[in-house]
Design a protein around this ligand. Structure first.
Ligand SMILES: Cc1cc2nc3c(=O)[nH]c(=O)nc-3n(C[C@H](O)[C@H](O)[C@H](O)COP(=O)(O)OP(=O)(O)OC[C@H]3O[C@@H](n4cnc5c(N)ncnc54)[C@H](O)[C@@H]3O)c2cc1C
Length: 348
């Protein structure tokens, strides 16, 4: 028999996020089953209130006023092997599983395909939303399909990799169909006994001509990430962040030439016929160095891209710091930075 859903009222959201800022949710529900998800969606429709899906809270900035509606915290657990053939293993991971635990487990079992995504905080269900990527790998390279609850249709639908529309830090989930789907599980195809992906410069330099194991690559990625405070660590104040606060801008080649003519050599990487410029470099040159402080908000002492809560920051302080950074980059380089985290409750 279906259990009645347990609604909570006026729940502080800051502790559910890695940035640790923001107010309360007027209603809060933990979904442990797919039935909880459909019940929550129906409840929100019935009450005429907005619904926000919360995973591990590692890519959100919650408003000081909180969220005037229902926050649905995903806690649907379970991982299973659903197919294995010709050296490929298809794993179904439910949305509420911890992403990095899944990576660690796959690396232990010699399953290749997500080893460079070690150390990314958050839950499995959050990974397709912005097509998480790091150290030369993106989750879309291994996602076969995503099972979702379609809030428009009121039913569970499978979406193929192509239907998810993955690109750099985007998918249909955070663009054309934002808010429509609740991710229930993700099917990932991994290579049994496959070699690690060594595409990123730091990894190429580290391993030169050697052939590292998946575990060696995972440990190296974790080591590099720790050196930049990009692994959540309660003892590291620099990791009280939402990770990279801005996407790396992608510009046409002629823009790069214009920028070089004005500013000299600029770090850049080829990207689908265009070039990607590190946002961290732009931010630094626009006058916001590592360790920059503005009240309770600041920039990590290890990484220009991570805006941090220095202890008691309010969301408004984080917002004004990111606005000042964007303005400065726009004024100096005529480039608009796009924030990576999702802003929640600011339109209450
Ligand atoms: C220290 C640090 C390092 C990071 N490093 C990286 C990195 O290297 N690469 C990278 O790409 N990202 C990185 N991130 C960002 C973040 O960890 C990822 O985007 C992560 O996948 C977000 O997952 P989450 O469960 O925390 O999602 P949340 O922060 O809870 O939610 C983010 C968005 O996804 C939606 N969402 C979450 N779960 C679901 C679901 N089940 N169904 C529908 N919508 C859902 C939410 O509604 C929200 O819009 C980093 C963050 C931190 C704090």
């Amino acid at each position: 028999m279906a259990q009645p859903i347990k609604l909570r009222r006026d729940v502080r959201l800051a502790p559910f996020t890695t940035l640790g800022v923001g107010g309360k949710a007027s209603l809060f529900l933990t979904a442990r089953t797919e039935a909880d998800v459909s019940a929550a969606v129906k409840l929100a429709i019935g009450e005429g209130i907005p619904l926000f899906v919360l995973g591990g809270g590692s890519n959100v900035l919650i408003a000081d006023e909180g969220f005037n509606g229902l926050v649905l915290k995903i806690h649907i657990r379970g991982i299973s092997v659903i197919d294995a053939m010709e050296g490929m293993v298809l794993i179904r991971a439910n949305a509420g599983e911890n992403w990095d635990d899944l990576v660690a487990d796959c690396v232990r079992k010699d399953l290749a395909g997500i080893e460079c995504l070690s150390g990314i905080p958050g839950l499995v269900g959050g990974t397709p939303i912005q097509n998480v990527g790091a150290y030369g790998q993106e989750v879309s390279e291994t996602i076969r399909s995503v099972r979702c609850y379609d809030r428009h249709e009121g039913r569970v639908v499978p979406l193929t990799n192509e239907e998810c529309g993955f690109a750099y830090r985007t998918s249909i989930f955070n663009t054309t169909h934002r808010g429509r789907y609740v991710v229930l599980s993700v099917d990932i195809a991994l290579r049994q006994g496959g070699g690690p992906k060594i595409a990123y410069k730091d990894l190429k330099d580290r391993f030169a001509d050697s052939r590292p194991t998946l575990d060696e690559v995972r440990e190296t990625v974790l080591e590099i990430r720790r050196s930049k405070s990009m692994v959540i660590d309660g003892n590291d104040p620099n990791s009280k962040s939402a990770g990279s606060f801005f996407k790396n801008p992608i510009v046409e080649k002629y823009r790069l030439d214009e920028l070089r003519a004005a500013f000299g050599e600029i770090p850049h990487f080829p990207f689908d016929g265009r070039v990607k410029i590190p946002a961290a470099w732009l931010i630094d040159k626009a006058g916001f160095p590592k360790g920059y402080v503005e009240g309770n908000a600041g920039i990590s002492t290890k990484h220009n891209l991570a805006l941090i809560n220095r202890g008691k920051a309010r969301a408004n302080e984080m917002i004004s710091l990111q606005e000042r950074i964007r303005d400065a980059v726009r004024r100096k380089f005529d480039i608009s930075l796009t924030p990576e985290p999702v802003f929640v409750g600011f339109d209450n």
